[in-house]
Design a binder for this molecule. Sequence first.
Ligand code: CA
Length: 436
Amino acid sequence: MAAIDETHDIRRHSWVASANGQSEFPIQNLPLGVFSPAGGPPRGGIAIGDMIFDIAAALEAGLFAGEARSAAEAAAGAALNPLMALGAGPRAALRKRVSALLAADGAERTRIEPLAGRLLHRAAECTMQLPAAVQEFTDFFAGIHHARNGGRRRDPNNPLNPNYKYVPVAYHSRASSVRPSDVPVRRPCGQRKRPEDPAPSYGPCRKLDYELELAVWIGPGNAQGEPIAIAGAADHIFGLGLVNDWSARDVQQWESQPLGPFLGKNFASTVSPWIVTPEALAPFRVAQPPRPEGDPRPLPHLWDEADQREGAFDIALEAFISTEGLRAKGLPPHRMSASNTTDLYWTLAQLVAHHTSGGCNLRPGDLFGTGTISGPTREGYGSLMELSEDGARATTLASGETRTFLEDGDEVIFRAHCHRPGFAAIGFGECRARLI
Ligand code: CA
């Protein structure tokens, strides 16, 4: 697991002034992504304050050597998959070098700062792309409060299926419709059937929802037939982001028996464009919360002492919506929920180990969603299905509007931050998209 080193030192400031004193992209974060500067082709970059560090430009300027150079070469193109394939060593070397290059007290500052015009782009003038070419997208169901809230409608006394505490439940979702933040999402049409309808009809989704999830980007991966052991599973996590698993609830409710979600889920998924690395997250690792008394211990192939001790993350999550009414009155987005990744029943390493335990091969750039991360109470519910109790209970916004499910023009915004005394706070940027 990533160590805490000088790149996490809260006293380290950057000569990129906007990075200092902000809780999103200070020099202690350095998340990776792919961006296009105005009029330029997509390329790998690192967020620093309100600027983007151009990895290809830094390579051209001869600023890298050794392992950091190998990583920079793999990260300079239009997708981060080649860097993802390299694993933790080169990624950590790139972080150390970029941190040194951008540090206010860096030994080479007098040489580097004059190159700022070539090395840095204003983020506001760039377009963020998908960080990787996504070939596979698996969506888990690891948020136990969400699973319980969903299951309660089926069976109030036994909301969780008997497998839930043994198997990290998931389904294979669709990679072709994964889009980065700011790409509008079209309301899907589909087959819907209310209980009172004698037959289904085809038309626009009437219960369009979001799901607040953590995005897990896969690193090196494994050969087919060779499972990744739980003890080494964390080494296959390239980094984390946010994902909105847009969900057409009426379509999902009609289609899901017996094979599970299909068209209710595969029309669009929005990911945040910046990937926060395990190195940046090292100070925010925590123990996996102990299972409640009476819950079974995971089977041995999903159990690792070190993973239980430090394999969870303390990441505060928030979901907001902005509506036409709020925007017209100049009001800020309405916060719908706040939860934390410690609300996950399984660690991310357990998801990786389980996914490969039958021999399935993971590849660099594969994407996992953790499943909706809801807190234990209504304030933490990470989907409108839960908040509205399937449409029965509306939320009133500051504009006077009410919402059960999403309406056209609504914008869904997810944010995530890590805080720990003695360390610089870091953020994930936004996962944001408007419904049209
Ligand atoms: Ca989901």
